[in-house]
Design a binder for this molecule. Structure first.
Ligand code: TNX
Length: 527
């Protein structure tokens, strides 16, 4: 193989030959080729007899915590379209779909899996339930795209024969949703979580607070939601009660995504400042804000109440977050002096540690000290100044780890083209080919950042211009698939192979009821 490590026996690139797609008798449902998966698996060995799921197929699960739940997910994915009962049963048997944990399969890590498809059935093996869950997503994608429909479809439901062994490149494969500029209900976010899971995304970063709205209940500061939660860009807002937030966290966890809540400090705080007059330098609360400017608001470094506020908020959010990370923002604090910024970010990082968590922050935090164990999220572009990149690299050399969200590649809110009605364009136009045209492993190589310091990739979705799921989906798809592949798949894989797999995913997205952007950069198949 020339580049990367996605291998297919016989040195074939991961690709689908259209002539092989038809099952005998020219059935309309195409049989997907092994390896026709996004993100691309690390190793694909096609061969042997395909397996067809029938009305007699059972899902056999290990009697271990977490495994049955994955089996239930698989059954729930497949039952509506197949119309089959697909019982989930503990115990072994040679046939059907089997989900097995193998604690000795060290090579599969915490999230990898092996999928073996033969005439008798499909065997999924992993060291952890997360690996089985990701393997189930691969299995879905190996079935005809009609399997995603919510009503009964003709089938047949054939999985190509062979073995996939698949381990992610990075442990952090994130998606961010801004629920502040526009509010999205728990149900709306759940829909996005389901979509993320299909592409093996494992972190959901929720941007919970900004100038336009405070979206999470804080018992010790109730006006944050009563006042600060009442607005959004252009209108009214909303917020999550703690129980709603817990419900969302649990829903994501069941799909093997960790939620990382973000409280953006010290800028992006107008909603908080409008809720509590005492947080303001002159003791006067500003008006609530429903516009889309950034960089005007700031907490005050010289008021003790600022630190009480931050500590209370961080304590309460930490208490409802099972994951070990809190994001404290730190971006675009244009109305905060460097000295005040350093003071506030230092205290915020102390609070995070005091309440038992570790920090994530936008890369501007590297202008000041980053706490031990801190993760830094880079959101620059090709135009970002060398000094800024060097500053990030210096923090990484001092021990911080890097999450890459280059805005001119990974930002899902950038317009695809100049005529696109939704989205912003400050980082440029990002068509789907551009979203794929970068390599996280070498992105900071020039600054001497070693590949191991890169923790992974995140695709943020800011919502200044977006207020419905249909709008989110038009922006996220298909570019989210690029970010997912950058995070999961090894090597700098060629666009051509991705393009071919993307065409197939287009039909899957349609079957899922997702109206993706039909980018002219892709030769989509006729529906
Ligand atoms: C920059 S990225 C921001 C957000 C905006 C976004 C719009 C970042 C850390 N800050 O406040 O919503 O651009 O693309």
């Amino acid at each position: 193989m020339a580049r990367g490590s996605t291998s297919v026996e016989g040195n074939q690139p991961v690709s689908v030959s259209r002539t092989n797609l038809r099952s005998p008798d020219s059935d309309p449902a195409p049989v997907s080729a092994l390896g026709n998966v996004v993100p691309a698996p690390s190793s694909v060995r096609p061969g042997g007899t395909p397996y067809t799921i029938t009305s007699a197929t059972a899902i056999r699960v290990d009697d271990a915590p977490g495994v049955r739940a994955v089996g239930d997910h698989l059954a729930a994915y497949l039952r509506p379209s197949t119309g089959y009962p697909l019982p989930v049963t503990p115990g072994s048997g040679a046939d059907g779909v089997q989900l097995r944990l193998d604690p000795a399969a060290g090579e599969l890590g915490d999230e990898g899996y092996r999928l073996e498809s033969t005439g008798d059935g499909v065997l999924l093996t992993a060291r952890e339930p997360a690996g089985l869950f990701h393997g189930v997503q691969t299995l879905r994608q190996l079935l005809p795209h009609a399997v995603e429909a919510d009503s009964e479809q003709p089938g047949p439901w054939t999985v190509p024969g062979g073995t996939i062994t698949d381990v992610p490149r990075y442990p952090y494969r994130g998606a961010m949703l801004d629920v502040s500029r526009h509010f999205f209900t728990v149900e709306q976010v759940k829909r996005y979580v389901d979509q993320l899971a299909l592409y093996k995304i494992n972190k959901l970063h929720l941007h919970l607070t900004d100038d336009q709205g405070w979206r999470i209940a804080v018992d010790s500061w109730p006006q944050l939601t009563a006042v600060g939660g009442s607005t959004s860009v252009g209108g009214t807002g909303g917020f999550y009660t703690k129980d709603q937030f817990r419900e969302l966290v649990e829903y994501a966890a069941e799909r093997h995504l960790d939620v990382i809540p973000e409280i953006d400090l010290p800028g992006h705080t107008n909603a908080a400042l409008a809720s509590y007059a005492e947080l303001n330098p002159d003791g006067q609360a500003p008006e609530l804000y429903t516009g889309t400017e950034v960089g005007f608001s700031s907490l005050c470094a010289d008021k003790p109440v600022t630190y009480e506020f931050m500590d209370d908020v961080i304590r309460e959010i930490a208490a409802i977050t099972p994951g070990d990370r809190l994001h404290i923002g730190g971006d675009e604090a244009d109305n905060t002096s460097a000295e005040d910024y350093a003071a506030i970010m230092a205290k915020a990082q102390e609070s995070v540690a005091r309440h038992g968590k570790e920090v994530v922050a936008w890369h501007q935090v590297t202008g000041t000290a980053v706490a031990d164990g801190g993760w830094v999220q880079y959101w620059g572009t090709d135009e970002t100044k060398k000094e800024e990149r060097e500053q990030v690299a210096a923090a990484v050399r001092a021990g911080a780890r890097l999450i890459l969200s280059p805005a001119d590649r990974a930002y899902l809110d950038m317009k695809y083209d100049g005529e696109f009605a939704l989205g912003l364009s400050w980082a440029g136009l990002v068509e789907v080919d551009r979203s794929y045209d970068w390599d996280p492993a070498t992105y900071f190589a020039e600054e001497g950042v070693p590949a191991e310091a890169v923790l992974g990739v995140e695709a943020p979705l800011w919502t200044e211009t977006l207020s419905t799921n249909a709008e989110l989906e038009l922006m996220a798809f298909p570019r989210l698939l690029s970010a997912a592949e950058k995070g999961w798949s090894r090597g700098d894989l060629p666009w051509e192979g991705f393009h071919e797999r993307l065409v197939d995913q287009g039909r899957r997205l349609t079957a899922l009821g997702i109206a993706y952007h039909p980018s002219p950069k892709v030769e989509w198949a006729a529906e």
